[in-house]
Design a protein around this ligand. Structure first.
Ligand code: FAD
Length: 450
């Protein structure tokens, strides 16, 4: 027996914390996990899961519209926001139970409340103190809202999942994936949607051509996008909000949502007093073993602000446990992490963008196709699909694949395996297609476009 109450104390029961706790307990480690708000963290409660449910909800109008071309007469459709939110909440409750049961089965002690670090081996939760040999910080992130006049009127993605009613019109501030996804969701649910972005392109970090293509598709659908602008102040105007932009112009809307980034949850629970080092953005600094400068304290997931995605937090949790409790070094490979944007149409992306590829290699070949998906032959929609492959000419290695179109995330997940395995373009060329699909276009592109 050690001198401590637990071998491992995990703070935060989100994607990374839960995976690390369950796995460590599987190795016979005595584990406690503290959670202040909700089991499953951001992903389950105010992130990936409820977002995807809302994405599904927002796609029905397009399906109803498309049905006529296929011979269907669909009756008058109506949408009930309250029932969507209630059904979503019920599903999240189910997931809470799944997470709780799994932790209990693994033998993890679940402590409800905000954890406070007292020293490098002691944590207090709800007035009780616990000692642990190691402490893992997996406290995630939180939406950042700039300090502008009228800030009290602003909602964030956290609030969007629990709105009492759907607004008739909304302004979404930001140009990242959360802004773009919510714009598509709300537009699909019939809300007059405007994106207000201080940059001149959406989705920085994604392949530029893919972003431009999606932007055009979103505009075609009727989403308003204001580039190179920002909000100066927000005032209430009767039942509405009056929004003043930096050029002095005014917009009237029902709701203003800010999706202007997320900051690591690293303050207010004792890291400062222990001298745990943070970077300039508040992310906990860790070495390649997720260890902070205080040897018994480790951190992973969004609080370290590296690649802020659920599968990455999970992979980090697994790598950390494998190394520490099983002596197996299987470090996370941060290259070629596939990502998606659940916009309408969706984006799927893996590997380097064209700009990154051209910076890294002198001999890049680009294969590209833009086509009308087969469904739209009859659906009446003029939505197009774009697919792009980036190849290093000298080695024939495929180093980037990007798509805008239906099912792009599902398709790119498979392509990511090929890229991870180091597939050459010749391997893609020799693969037999599945016909008729959009995915087969990825293996039938033969002409270099640039
Ligand atoms: C709107 C939105 C959509 C997203 N969509 C996707 C997506 O489609 N795909 C994807 O891969 N990723 C998505 N993400 C990102 C994903 O949710 C995060 O990367 C992931 O949840 C990070 O996991 P984590 O374990 O680091 O932290 P979190 O999941 O944030 O968990 C941290 C937990 O710690 C708790 N906590 C914090 N401080 C304390 C304390 N002092 N004591 C006790 N508990 C504490 C919090 O309450 C929280 O439950 C989305 C995020 C958002 C906001």
């Amino acid at each position: 027996m050690t001198q401590y109450d637990f071998d491992l104390f995990v703070i935060g029961a989100g994607s990374g914390g839960v995976r690390a706790a369950n796995m460590a307990a599987g190795h016979g480690v005595r584990v406690a996990i503290a959670e202040q708000r909700y089991l499953g963290g951001t992903c389950v409660n105010v992130g990936c899961v409820p977002k995807k449910l809302f994405v599904y909800a927002s796609q029905f109008q397009d399906q109803f519209d498309a049905a006529a071309g296929f011979g269907w007469t669909v009756g008058k459709s109506t949408f009930n926001w309250t029932s969507l939110v209630a059904n979503k909440n019920q599903e999240i409750e189910r997931l809470h139970a799944v997470y709780g049961n799994r932790l209990q089965k693994s033998g993890v002690s679940i402590l409800t409340g905000r954890a406070q670090l007292l020293d490098d081996h002691t944590v207090a939760v709800d007035g009780k103190e616990y000692s642990a040999e190691r402490i893992l910080i997996a406290t995630g992130g939180w939406p950042f809202v700039p300090d502008i006049p009228g800030k009290q009127h602003i909602v964030t993605s956290n609030d969007m999942f629990f709105l009492d009613q759907l607004p008739k019109q909304i302004i979404i501030v930001g140009g990242g994936y959360i802004a773009v996804e919510f714009a598509s969701i709300l537009h699909g649910l019939g809300v007059n949607t405007t994106i207000c972005h201080r940059g001149h392109k959406l989705l920085s970090g994604f392949d530029e051509e893919i972003c431009d293509f999606l932007t055009q598709e979103m505009i075609k659908k009727g989403i308003h996008i204001l580039f190179d602008t920002d909000i100066e102040a927000i005032e209430s105007a009767g039942d509405c909000l009056a929004v003043r932009l930096i050029d002095g112009s005014k917009l009237i809307t029902d709701l203003v949502m800010y999706a202007t980034g997320r900051i690591p949850n690293s303050t207010g629970f004792g890291l400062e007093a222990l001298g745990v080092e943070l970077d300039s953005e508040g992310a906990i600094k860790v070495n390649s073993d997720y260890q902070t400068n205080v040897p018994s304290i480790y951190a992973l997931g969004d609080v370290t602000n590296r690649v802020n995605l659920t599968p990455v937090a999970i992979a980090e949790g697994m790598a950390w446990v494998n190394k520490l409790y099983d002596n197996v070094a299987k470090p996370v490979d941060y290259d070629n992490i596939p990502t998606a944007v659940f916009s309408q149409p969706t984006i799927g992306s893996v590997g380097l963008t064209e700009a990154q590829a051209r910076e890294k290699y002198p001999d890049i070949d680009i294969y590209k196709t833009i086509f009308t998906p087969m469904k739209n032959a009859l659906s009446g929609s003029d939505e197009k699909t774009l697919m792009k492959i980036i190849v290093v000419r000298s080695t024939n290695r495929v180093i980037g694949m990007h798509m805008v179109g239906s099912d792009a995330p599902e398709i790119i997940q498979g392509m990511a395996v090929a890229i991870q395995a180091g597939a050459t373009k010749a391997v893609f060329d020799s693969t037999i297609g599945i016909h008729p699909t959009a995915a087969e276009e990825f293996i039938t592109m033969r002409e270099v476009v640039t």
